[in-house]
Design a protein around this ligand. Sequence first.
Ligand code: PLP
Length: 362
Amino acid sequence: MFDERIYNFSAGPSMLPLPVLQQAQKELLNCSGSGMSVMEMSHRSSSFDSIFQDTKGRLRKLLAVPEDYEILFLQGGATTQFSMVPLNLMGTTGKADYALTGHFSTKAYEEAQKYGVCSVACSSAETQHTTIPQQDELQLSPSAAYFHYCANNTIYGTEWNYVPQTGAVPLVCDMSSNILSKPIDVAKYGLIYAGAQKNMAPAGVTVVIIRKDLAGHAMEKTPVMLNYAVQIKGDSMHNTPPCWCIYMLGLVLQWLEQLGGLSEMEKINAEKAAVLYRVLDESKLFHGTAQPEARSRMNVTFRTGDKDLDALFVKEAANAGFSNLKGHRLVGGMRASIYNAMPIEGVHALADFMRKFEKEHI
Ligand SMILES: *Cc1c(COP(=O)(O)O)cnc(C)c1O
């Protein structure tokens, strides 16, 4: 039992910025003089329309999304995009390239195989996904309709530190766990998607940023809700959108603006990650699982090498107010997810706790 908020290192759904929660609380019963909660508004009302357009505009500005790209607020999580991407984009050539650097990119690849020929452009399976392949290791098919990769591997704690070059083949990227953590050049991508619950908003909205010319080529039997062209035409309101999550995303975007935007956020995230990796590099007890050049700034994975000691660490940390440090069940060990909303104080406090634990157990 805790009387105060604790440092929550959950991989997702994860922490939201405190000022965002406070603002939402303030507006919970009566949002902007509407006399009602956002949860009670018609999605066709002018009150909600202004929230929707405001959120979309802020996201476009923060990520510098070019005019020839559409921003969509969809449902079904990133996992639905594993199907929606091939259904809409693969038909042009019937082929796609997939980079396999972890759990979710492999899931995306498996799903896409239902819809066409998928080639493995690279795989880090041999290193247990502790590395990220380099550009010259990518096997690119010139006739691929797109190249799919996952920018940050949430479970394995690795992150691409470069944008793959694929020539004329459009890049499709799952950015679920590092979107908004740093500036990106949207123009390098054909399509970006991200479930909201890691770095954007509560679970329930999936952001898709799509170059408009890529829509309109869906396979014939594509379900209407999974057709990008339909969603673009309806401005994400072919049916009821996830109104509350879109509103919350708007508040998170305002928080990011006040913080100084994505370049500022990137600096803070780099600093936060450096604090924890420094502990790992100096430690005789803990070691980081990702290779140094592939380290994620969002998910820091580590272990002691002793399962019981790992479990003890997770338990003692939880008692001390550091929750959700247990690694994903597929890999074990520990994982500290330090998305945008995790304050640097939380990271310093965890670093101190790790050093103290090491002294007591070495
Ligand atoms: C969490 C996660 C997913 C799955 O997201 P859902 O919204 O639960 O479908 C996919 N890809 C990455 C990189 C993730 O971190």
